[in-house]
Design a protein around this ligand. Structure first.
Ligand SMILES: [Zn+2]
Length: 452
C-alpha cells in the first residue's frame, strides 16, 4: 500500500516529528526545506546541482508558470519534471498568493476598485504599503493587474503580455494538474496585512468554499481518468493520479478565525494540510502566533506545509509546532544579493538553536534600517559586497564543506559579485541551500534524540 505520509518518530518534547512523504518522484524525509523554483528553475542552478546539494523537494509557482510559458505548454512537454529536468519531488502553489497579494499592490493605484471593494480595509498607511511591497518583491517579481475578484474567482491581466487570465478553484486545479507537480495546493485567498476581522472572515469563508470545489474537481477528474482500479485504490479520494492536494488554512492574524479554518480544512481529509497567509507583512511574533494557534488542530497522520516561511531563526520553533515542510525564497534571494549564510554562526555550540531573542532587539533595529523581511537573518550571514572581503582569502564559511567552500575564497566571491559575474550567483545559491540542508539535518537529528 502506498501510504503518502508516515511518521517515524514523534518527539516527546514537542509536536516536532520525523516523517516520510512518498511521491512518484521519490521519498521526502521531513522536516524539510523546499527551495523555490518559481518559474521552473532554481535561479542560477542546474537540476543536477540541486541534487548535489541534497535538496529533496522544490517548489514551483503556478501563477508564474501560467503567465509563461503557459500550463498547456508544460503539459505538452510531459509535465514540469520533464520540461525542467527536475527528477526530485515538486510542490506547486495554487496561484492564490500572487493573484491576491501581489495584485492588491497594483490595486492601490486603482482608486475605483479600492473605493468599491476595499473601503473597509485599512491598508493605506504608507509604511504598511511599503512593507507589503517589499514582501511582495520577495515572493515574486511580476505583479498582475487585477481586473475582477468575485466569489467565483479572480480575473487579472498578466504583466508579461497583457493577456486576461482567470483563476477559479477549478482552473487552479486544472493548471496544477497540467503542470504536474507531485503536491498541489487548493485555491485560497491570501489575505493581505493588516486586514479587518470582517474582511478576513469573508476571505476565509471563501477559501473554505473554494476548497470544497477543488476537492470536487479532483474527485470528478479521478473518475474521468483511466487509472486501473488497483492504482486508484492507492490514492486518497481527494487526489488524482500521482498528485496530492493540500487544503490551505487561512484566517489572517485572528485567533478565532485561524482555529475555525484549521478545524474546517483538517476535517476535509485532504492528503496534506498547508498554512497560508502568513509572513505577508506582519511581525515575526504575529507570524509565529498564527502557527501556534492552529498547532493543536493539525493532523497527526498527514503532512503539514507552511507556505512562504523559511527564515533561519523561525524554523526550529515552527518545527516544534508540527510543521513538516517549508518553502521560501529567502536563502536563494539572499544568495543573489551577496548574502552568504555562515554555518559557523547557525550551528555554533554557543548559539544553537538559532532563535531570535524574544526581545526582538535585532528585528526592531533592522526594521529601522528599512528591510523587515530580511531582518532576523542578518546575524546568520555575511554581506560579501563589503570591501573588507577583498583581501580575505579564507573559505566562504569556515565550518562548511560544500563545493564552494572547498574551492573558493571570500575574496573571489567578493570579486564575482562586484563584477556581477553570473558564477557568483550560482556559487552563493549553492552554498546557501547547502547550509539549509545542514540545518535540517541537524533538526532531524535533534528530533530523533527528543532534544526539541
Ligand atoms: Zn559552503
Amino acid at each position: 500500500m502506498n501510504k503518502f505520509f508516515t511518521v517515524s518518530h514523534q518527539s516527546s518534547k514537542s509536536k516536532a516529528r520525523l516523517g516520510e512523504i512518498r511521491t512518484d518522484h521519490g521519498i521526502i524525509k521531513t522536516p524539510v526545506f523546499a527551495p523555490c523554483g518559481t518559474k521552473g528553475t532554481i535561479k542560477s542552478l542546474t537540476p543536477q546541482l540541486v541534487k548535489d546539494i541534497g535538496s529533496q523537494v522544490a517548489f514551483v509557482n503556478t501563477y508564474h508558470l501560467v503567465t509563461h510559458p503557459g500550463a498547456d505548454i508544460i503539459k505538452k512537454a510531459g509535465g514540469i519534471h520533464k520540461y525542467s529536468g527536475f527528477d526530485i519531488p515538486l510542490m506547486s502553489d495554487s496561484g492564490g498568493f500572487q493573484v491576491f497579494s501581489l495584485a492588491r499592490n497594483s490595486m492601490t493605484r486603482q482608486s475605483n476598485f479600492y473605493h468599491t471593494h476595499l473601503k473597509s480595509e485599512k491598508i493605506t498607511s504608507a509604511s504598511s504599503q511599503k512593507n507589503q511591497q517589499r514582501k511582495a518583491d520577495i515572493r515574486g517579481e511580476e505583479q498582475p493587474l487585477l481586473v475582477k475578484i468575485s466569489e467565483d474567482g479572480v480575473k487579472f491581466r498578466s504583466t508579461f503580455d497583457g493577456q486576461l487570465i482567470e483563476f477559479t478553484p477549478e482552473k487552479s486545479m486544472k493548471f496544477q494538474r497540467q503542470i504536474g507537480a507531485d503536491i498541489n495546493m487548493a485555491f485560497d485567498e491570501c489575505t493581505y496585512y493588516p486586514a479587518t476581522h470582517e474582511y478576513s472572515e469573508r476571505a476565509m469563508e471563501r477559501t473554505h468554499k473554494w476548497l470544497l470545489r477543488c476537492i470536487k474537481y479532483k474527485d470528478s477528474e479521478l473518475k474521468f481518468l483511466s487509472h486501473t482500479s488497483q492504482k486508484r485504490k492507492n490514492f486518497s479520494s481527494s487526489s488524482f493520479g500521482n498528485q496530492y492536494i493540500y487544503g490551505v488554512i487561512q484566517g489572517a492574524t485572528f485567533e478565532d478565525l485561524r482555529k475555525k479554518s484549521a478545524e474546517f480544512v483538517v476535517s476535509q481529509n485532504t492528503p496534506g494540510v498547508a498554512i497560508g497567509g502568513v509572513s505577508v507583512g506582519e511581525s515575526k511574533k504575529e507570524m509565529r502566533e498564527q502557527v501556534k494557534w492552529v498547532a493543536d488542530y493539525l493532523p497527526k497522520d498527514r503532512p503539514v506545509h507552511l507556505l512562504g516561511v523559511g527564515q533561519i531563526d523561525d524554523i526550529i520553533d515552527l518545527v516544534k509546532y508540527g510543521i513538516d515542510t517549508f518553502d521560501c525564497v529567502e536563502p536563494t534571494r539572499l544568495a543573489r544579493m551577496g548574502r552568504l549564510y555562515q554555518l559557523s554562526r547557525i550551528l555554533s555550540e554557543n548559539s544553537f538553536p538559532p532563535v531570535l531573542a524574544t526581545s526582538g532587539r535585532l528585528e526592531k533595529s533592522l526594521r529601522v534600517v528599512g528591510n523587515p523581511s530580511f531582518s532576523a537573518t542578518r546575524e546568520f550571514d555575511i554581506d560579501i559586497y563589503k570591501m573588507v572581503y577583498k583581501n580575505n582569502f579564507e573559505k566562504v564559511d569556515k565550518d562548511c564543506d560544500c563545493y564552494v567552500c572547498q574551492n573558493f575564497t571570500k575574496s573571489y566571491l567578493h570579486h564575482l559579485f562586484k563584477q556581477r559575474e553570473i558564477l557568483g550567483y550560482t556559487l552563493a545559491t549553492f552554498h546557501n541551500l547547502w547550509v539549509m540542508e545542514k540545518l535540517f539535518d541537524k533538526i532531524r537529528e535533534l528530533i530523533s534524540e527528543d532534544k526539541i
